[in-house]
Ligand binder design. Structure first.
Ligand code: PGA
Length: 253
């Protein structure tokens, strides 16, 4: 059975003090919600990874990074490698978020390298894909998302692919308050799963968690998460408020 995951993506927000308060609140409220097959992950700014990981201790809430380098070590000022994350025992890393693609020029070729580094360091990549508005309007969104998945993931062996979590995040829904309808989310998730099946077989495709991201909130989470191919959410803005985030986690049931 594939894993259900609700991951918060804090992006570049919060002071350390605020981050500690938010973590404590989420930890306190979420304890009873994280059962069996559901994982809750907080993807926090890099400088806070270690203090917040220590704060979480052996809580059921896990910690994740928002990016890693395609290199292991060396003269890459400002970068953070997968091996550094491994050395801090960080279990998850978001890769290929649309903001990284848009503002930092990340493309499929680069993301394939980052995915390899993350897997080699035993991290679980949360690989993001999703189309901008003009592509959705042109009706070529399925083609683009299939291509994004192919470019970054299709070089992987079956065993490696099984370690990936995918997040479908339509760019027009990120931070805009315009959530995809549950039908739009389900349709694209099914397309992604079928595309994985075409290369890796149906059994393997059925084991991959595919999260939806883009204006997930407490009042739409339950409907989105009830779609058969939606295995949870990647939550931006709403993960910055503890009550709202925990209500989203509750929508997982
Ligand atoms: P949002 O962001 O929930 O604020 O739309 C989602 C994301 O960027 O991962």
């Amino acid at each position: 059975m594939r894993q259900k995951i609700v991951a918060g993506n804090w992006k570049m927000n919060k002071t350390l003090e605020e981050a500690k308060i938010l973590t404590a609140e989420v930890m306190g409220m979420v304890a009873d919600e994280v059962k069996g097959n559901t994982s809750v992950v907080l993807c926090v700014p890099s400088p806070y990874l270690l203090p917040l990981k220590n704060q979480l201790g052996n809580s059921s809430v896990k910690i994740g990074a928002q990016n890693c380098s395609e290199h292991d070590w060396g003269a890459y000022t400002g970068e953070i490698s997968a091996l550094m994350l491994k050395s801090m025992e960080i279990p998850y890393v978001i890769l290929g978020h649309s903001e990284r693609r848009q503002y930092f020029g990340e493309d499929g070729k680069l993301l394939a390298k980052k995915i390899d580094k993350a897997l080699a360091a035993s991290l679980t990549p949360i690989f993001c894909c999703g189309e901008p508005l003009e592509i959705r309007e042109a009706g070529t969104h399925e083609k683009l998302v299939k291509q994004q998945v192919e470019e970054a993931l299709f070089h992987l062996s079956t065993d490696a692919l099984k370690k990936i979590v995918i997040a479908y995040e339509p760019v027009w829904a990120i931070g805009t308050g315009k959530t995809a309808t549950s039908q739009q989310a389900q349709d694209m998730h099914a397309v992604i799963r079928m595309h994985l099946a075409s290369k890796y077989g149906e059994q393997v495709a059925s084991e991959i968690s595919i999260l939806y991201g883009g204006s997930v909130k407490a009042d739409n989470a339950q409907e989105l998460f009830s779609c058969p191919d939606v295995d949870g959410g990647l939550v931006g803005g709403a993960s910055l408020k503890s009550r709202e985030f925990v209500d989203i986690v509750k929508g997982m049931k």
